[in-house]
Design a protein around this ligand. Structure first.
Ligand SMILES: Cc1cc2nc3c(=O)[nH]c(=O)nc-3n(C[C@H](O)[C@H](O)[C@H](O)COP(=O)(O)OP(=O)(O)OC[C@H]3O[C@@H](n4cnc5c(N)ncnc54)[C@H](O)[C@@H]3O)c2cc1C
Length: 397
C-alpha cells in the first residue's frame, strides 16, 4: 500500500463549515485537502439553475441573515449581496394568512379591521404567560395563545418533526415572532440578503481564494482518510458516523424536495396572475406554509428573492421524513433525549485532540449559516494562534 500523503489539514465536508476553514487555513499557507462525498461544493447551501435557467436552492431555501459584522465582512470578500425581503404566508382553512402572526392575521381571524390596542388586549387574554417555557408547546401558548397554536403551529410541528411540540425544546418554535403591529417580516436580523450570483458562486470564489487547496468530490472521508497523514483533521460530517455509531444512531429529520419548473406559457395556462407588476410567479410570497391538510410543510418560490429577470419560475415542495441511508440528515432533533445521546459523542470527540468537530452535523446542533461561518472563523483563528497546532513552526517530520 502506498504511504499516506503528509499534509497539514484534512477536512471532511465542503459545506460552509469546511470551506471557511479550508479558505482561512490555505490562505495562511497550510496544505489543506477537502474530502466531500457529494458531487458539488456548498453542502446544503448549494444552489443551481433548473432546465429554464432559473436558480433554485437544491436542499431547501437558504435565507441568509446576520447581526455579525465580522461574518458579513468575511463573506463579502467573495460575493455581492442582493437585499432580501423574506415574506412568508400560511395557507390553511382555504385561505392565505398573513404570517408570522401580526395585526393583519388577527383581522383575518375576526373578519374585520382592528387596532393594535384591540389585538394586544385580545392577545393578553389568549396567552398563557410563562417566563420559563419547558417545551415548544409552552412557548407558542405563551407567545401566541391557543387559537394561533392550533391554526399555524401544532400541525406544522407534528409534520416537520414527527413529534408533539411538547416533546421538543422551546428553541424550535421560539424563533418565530408574534407582533401586534402590521410588521410581517419573518426574520429579525439587521442584515438580510442573498449572494447576488447565488451561493454556489460564492463557494467557487472561496476556493479560488484558497492557495494550493485540493478538493476531492465524490469522496467519503471515512473510507479515504487512510490515504492522508494530516497534522490536524476537521470533521464536519455526522458525529455518530465518525464514531461508527458506537452510542447508536442519532435521529435526524430529512426532507424530500419536489421541484417543479414553469415556463411563462405554463404559468399563463395555469392562470397564475402577475404579482404586483412582476411577471412569472407561481405563488403570492416567497414561502407558503401548509400547516394542516397537505403532506408537505411548505412551498418555496425562491425567485421572489433572487429577483431573476425571467418569465419562468420554479417551486419546491418539502415533504418531511426521517433520515436514513437514502435520505440526508438535515435537522438534528432538539429534545432532552437526543441531547443525552449526543453528550456521549461529545465526550468521545473531546478526547481526540488532533481533530476539530465543527458545524451542524458534527455538533448535532441546528445552526444558521452565519453561525457556522462565525464558528469556523473562530476555530481557524484558534488553530493559527500561538498556542494552537499551527501557531509554532512545524517540528521535524
Ligand atoms: C432545509 C434547510 C433549510 C435551511 N435554511 C436555512 C436558512 O434559511 N438560513 C440559514 O442561515 N441556514 C439555513 N439552514 C442551515 C444551513 O444549511 C447550515 O447552517 C449550513 O449548511 C451548515 O453548514 P455545514 O458545513 O456545517 O453543514 P452542511 O452544509 O451539511 O455540510 C456538511 C458537508 O459534509 C459532507 N459530509 C458529510 N459526511 C461526510 C463524509 N463522511 N465524507 C465527506 N463529506 C461528508 C456533506 O455531504 C456536506 O456537504 C438550512 C438547513 C436546511 C437543512
Amino acid at each position: 500500500m502506498p504511504a499516506a500523503t503528509a499534509i497539514d489539514v484534512l477536512i471532511a465536508g465542503a459545506g460552509f463549515s469546511g470551506l471557511v476553514m479550508a479558505q482561512r487555513l490555505s490562505e495562511a499557507g497550510l496544505k489543506c485537502v477537502v474530502l466531500e462525498r457529494r458531487d458539488h461544493l456548498g453542502g446544503n447551501a448549494y444552489d443551481a439553475p433548473d432546465g429554464n435557467g432559473v436558480l433554485y436552492h437544491c436542499y431547501g431555501p437558504h435565507y441568509f441573515r446576520t447581526n455579525s459584522r465580522a461574518v458579513r465582512d468575511y463573506l463579502s470578500r467573495f460575493t455581492d449581496w442582493t437585499p432580501a425581503e423574506y415574506r412568508v404566508k400560511s395557507h390553511t382553512h382555504g385561505q392565505y394568512w398573513s404570517f408570522p402572526v401580526n395585526l393583519a392575521t388577527y383581522e383575518q381571524l375576526i373578519g374585520k379591521p382592528a387596532t393594535e390596542a384591540e389585538f394586544a388586549t385580545w392577545l393578553e387574554q389568549e396567552r398563557a404567560p410563562n417566563p420559563h417555557p419547558a417545551n415548544s408547546e409552552e412557548v407558542i401558548l405563551a407567545n401566541a395563545g391557543p387559537t394561533f397554536y392550533e391554526l399555524f403551529f401544532k400541525g406544522y410541528t407534528l409534520k416537520q418533526w414527527d413529534r408533539h411540540p411538547r416533546d421538543l425544546d422551546p428553541s424550535v418554535c421560539a424563533r418565530i415572532p408574534v407582533r401586534t403591529t402590521r410588521d410581517d417580516h419573518y426574520l429579525r436580523e439587521e442584515f438580510q440578503a442573498i449572494p447576488s450570483e447565488g451561493f454556489t458562486r460564492l463557494f467557487e470564489r472561496m476556493v479560488a481564494a484558497s492557495p494550493g487547496l485540493e478538493i476531492n468530490l465524490n469522496t467519503d472521508f471515512l473510507t479515504a482518510r487512510r490515504h492522508y497523514n494530516p497534522r490536524h483533521t476537521i470533521y464536519t460530517g455526522p458525529i455518530d458516523a465518525y464514531f461508527d455509531f458506537s452510542h447508536g444512531h442519532l435521529p435526524y429529520r430529512s426532507l424530500d424536495f419536489q421541484v417543479e419548473s414553469f415556463s411563462a406559457d405554463q404559468l399563463a395556462a395555469a392562470g397564475r396572475q402577475p404579482i404586483s407588476g412582476s411577471p412569472g410567479h407561481w405563488q403570492p410570497a416567497l414561502q407558503v406554509n401548509y400547516p394542516n391538510d397537505e403532506a408537505y410543510t411548505r412551498i418555496v418560490e425562491i425567485k421572489h428573492i433572487t429577483r431573476q429577470d425571467t418569465p419562468h419560475t420554479n417551486i419546491v415542495r418539502e415533504y418531511p421524513l426521517p433520515a436514513d441511508d437514502t435520505h440526508e440528515p438535515y435537522y438534528p432533533i432538539p429534545a432532552p433525549d437526543t441531547r443525552l445521546q449526543y453528550e456521549k459523542y461529545r465526550l468521545a470527540a473531546a478526547s481526540e485532540p488532533h481533530t476539530s468537530f465543527i458545524g451542524r452535523l458534527a455538533t448535532y446542533h441546528y445552526y444558521n449559516m452565519d453561525q457556522v461561518v462565525a464558528i469556523a472563523l473562530k476555530e481557524a483563528e484558534r488553530l493559527l494562534s500561538p498556542t494552537g497546532p499551527f501557531g509554532a513552526p512545524a517540528g521535524p517530520p
